[in-house]
Design a protein around this ligand. Sequence first.
Ligand code: ATP
Ligand code: MG
Length: 460
Amino acid sequence: MLTDTIKRFVGQLFGQRSQGLRRIGKDKHGIDRRFVSRHAIKVCEVLQHEGYQAYIVGGAVRDLIVGLEPKDFDVATNATPEQIRPLFRRARIIGKRFQLVHVVFGQEIIETSTFRAPASESQSTDGHGRILRDNEFGTHAQDAARRDFTINALYYDPTTEEVIDYHNGVDDLKHRVVRMIGDPRTRYREDPVRMLRAVRFAVKLKGKIEPATKEPLASMAELIENVPASRLFDEMLKLLTCGQAMECLTQLRQDGLHQGILPLLDVVLEQPGGEAFIELALDRTDHRVRSGKTVSPSFLFAALLWHQVDVRWKKRVAAGEPSIQALMEAADSVLDEQTEKLAIQKRFSADMREIWFMQPRFEKRLPKAIWRMFEQPRFRAAVDFLQLRAAAHQFDSVLAQWWMDLANADDSTRAAMLEDLSKLPRESSATGPRARSRRRRSPRAGTGASTPRTPTSDAS
Ligand code: ATP
Ligand code: MG
């Protein structure tokens, strides 16, 4: 009897060992507590004070260990959402599929979730094995097992300053290896987005995807088609704003994963002109991200899809359609194709249209029209977009700089610039003799809105 108990105890002990539970001290993991969000520490302390387990988990721990600045801080605990919420002044329970708590401190939100059980038969899946619902709370070890990669299953206890590591993630992190927890095929089937995440983390860490984790990528790529468009959009956005967007796209292509993510991106990347523009756009985005500036999704997607819009716009104008109408039709057809697969939300696509539709209006500098352009909320973004086109030799760079100076100027400088402009002879590219004589009679005519014109990109 006693020997049975001892055997079980030893078995459990070895069972736990074989799972690889490690407590890693500060000297080994090297996390400097000063770089940890004090709000995340506070959440852990409050929960621990109440007798619960609580750790900082996921991307923040991974990034802190390799010396990157975490985007945000998440906490994992064995307290349930109902137990967590009353412990904080500003906390709300969110989520349908799996409830978690947002603990709010001014601008910072600490996402606090209860340990979850991993994929099991109790979860409902679609025909391809993708998990549709999972609402089971679990133990700490189970929570670690349901996370995607070993490097993402690390738990930092701010009180002891130890990292709890069930899957040898710290070691993988030191070697910059992205390794799936469990059987990669099963885990990709459960959630195909993990394939895109594998690539993103490998690029971010300047590391490698472990062979068994990498092997199924190309053959399972088509499962990405089953992912809801809104999720794909979120992941795509993370990928494009991670600071190494071009490397991510290149890697996705190498791993056979790029197709079907942004349907037109496939086409664009195959076309020489398209690729150059996208590279330029992503390069600028990466620079912004790396220097801590924000990136607007609308601007980014406007840039990614511009080449297609531009090609279709030119075609329509060449067929005799008025320029603005042609541009609108081109934009609609491109956006329609994209939204089928990738839910570019309405608020983004509305902004993208504004950015695009302002482009022909930069061709001529008519003071009255310019005053109206200032009123457009996307004026600044459209001027930024113009710089991109100038860099791609689609627009005169001196003129693009003038617009930039105007956008940056204060009111009195703007007025002076427009005053100077009105003293200049009419720009030849803007007005022909007929248009000029028409404008004299009616100051509103010839603002460009309805004049058939060739898109500027023809000038390149
Ligand atoms: P980043 O925020 O820098 O993109 P992250 O690792 O923090 O990276 P999140 O999407 O914020 O990524 O997710 C937080 C954590 O949740 C991850 O570190 C991982 O442990 C877990 N996780 C996220 N997505 C998945 C997934 N698809 N499958 C399993 N675990 C996941
Ligand atoms: Mg995160």
